[in-house]
Write a protein that binds this ligand. Structure first.
Ligand code: NAD
Ligand code: MN
Length: 356
């Protein structure tokens, strides 16, 4: 029987609650279907590891992940450690080390979810945002000099390479083509960011010629926020830089009803390295340790993982179960206005996988 080796990195806060829930769902699904199995290895990296060792994960930790088929990640972020240390020391170390340059974020209004846009029907909002995940504003280029003096200078330089922009455009056009509407919106800011974003626009035109069957348009990032609210049905697939897409995808998650539902994949499209799947929410300090975290974002991330592994039937089954669970308000967690616990939602998902 086919065995998939999955690395589990719960990380911090509610990551430690939702990742085990994801493992339980995946295991239940594999047992029910009986055509493949999972071999999980868990890594205790994150804030607690940092308190013991002074680093978020071992220097050479990537070698332990290298031979896995995929990674299931929770969240990095600890109330007592600065966010740039937790983020760069763990999640970005993996994303960059494994060149997971395409961050894919599907957004839909699932059945039973009360989304904030009153004139938006569920079928009007079915998006996938592709975030450039390796460079741009988050490349880590920059520095701080003369700290504490009046002459202090700090820079974060947005770095965009032709190779990096071409590959994310090609990925996004390809993804748009694989969806029924074959429609891509390229988000830009070439009016104000007059060097890199102008190159970004030029490369979009160039790559679009490889995809004559994809309709595409261009939108400035600020106008895009308004379009997402006012004309959601005009959007299908979206591609944007690391920073722009970071902001747009949290807006997308909120418009779909809750941060607790939204999934993401950090993908190496060339499959040289394992890809990493995670809910988009963070450590949720306000509810951590209480068993109140919504595990749906993690379950949906597991669906993306199954698709990536080529297990489409299993992915479809899990998504169908997720939608049947969100449709029942008794199974809504606090972020959705309900009272269900992580454990209750997880066992409902497992029961429905087993056909009960
Ligand atoms: P957050 O996502 O942790 O929380 C924002 C709000 O949404 C909170 O009120 C929280 O309770 C709620 N929420 C989030 N996920 C939920 C879930 N699954 N179920 C129910 N409610 C949920 O964002 P934040 O407060 O900005 O960040 C907290 C920490 O997490 C910070 O250290 C931040 O750096 C980190 N963070 C990490 C990641 C990541 O690892 N990918 C992403 C975002 C934030
Ligand atoms: Mn973000």
């Amino acid at each position: 029987m086919k065995t998939y080796k999955i690395a589990c990195i719960p990380g911090d806060g509610i990551g430690k609650e939702v990742v085990p829930a994801g493992q339980t769902a995946l295991d239940t699904l594999a047992r029910k279907l009986g055509t493949f199995r999972f071999e999980f290895s868990s890594f205790d990296w994150g804030g607690d590891y940092y308190r013991q060792h002074g680093i978020m994960m071992p220097e050479d930790g990537l070698k332990d992940l290298r031979d896995k088929d995929a990674i299931l990640f929770g969240s990095a972020g600890d109330p007592h450690i600065p966010d740039h240390i937790t983020l760069w020391g763990l999640r970005l170390k993996i994303c960059q080390g494994f060149d997971q340059y395409a961050n894919v974020r599907p957004t839909r209004i699932l059945p039973g979810i009360d989304a904030p846009l009153k004139r938006c029907r569920p079928e009007d909002l079915n998006w996938v945002i592709v975030r450039e995940n390796s460079e741009g504003e988050y490349a880590g280029v920059g520095g701080r000099v003369h700290q504490g003096h009046p002459t202090e200078v700090a820079t974060d330089v947005a770095m965009h390479t032709r190779t990096g922009v071409e590959r994310i455009m090609r990925f996004a056009f390809g993804l748009a083509r694989s969806r029924p509407r074959k429609l891509l919106t390229v988000v830009t800011k070439s009016n104000a960011q007059r060097h890199a974003m102008v190159m970004w626009d030029e490369i979009a035109v160039q790559i679009s010629k490889e995809f004559p069957d994809v309709k595409w348009d261009k939108e400035l990032v600020d106008a895009m926020t308004a379009r997402m609210v006012n004309r959601p049905a005009s959007i299908d697939t979206v591609v944007a830089t690391n920073l722009h897409a970071d902001v747009l995808s949290d807006l997308a998650a909120a418009l779909a009803g809750s941060l607790g539902i939204a999934p993401t994949g950090n993908i190496d499209p060339e499959r040289r390295y394992p890809s990493m799947f995670e809910p988009i929410h963070g450590s949720a300090f306000d509810i951590m340790g209480k068993g109140l975290a919504n595990p749906i974002g993690t379950f949906w991330s597991c669906v993306m993982m199954l698709e990536h592994l080529g297990e489409q039937a299993a992915a479809d089954k899990l998504m169908e179960v997720i939608e049947s669970v969100t449709a029942d308000p008794k199974l809504h967690t606090g972020d959705l206005g309900g009272q269900a616990t992580t454990a209750q939602v997880t066992s409902a998902v497992c029961q429905r996988i087993n056909g009960a």
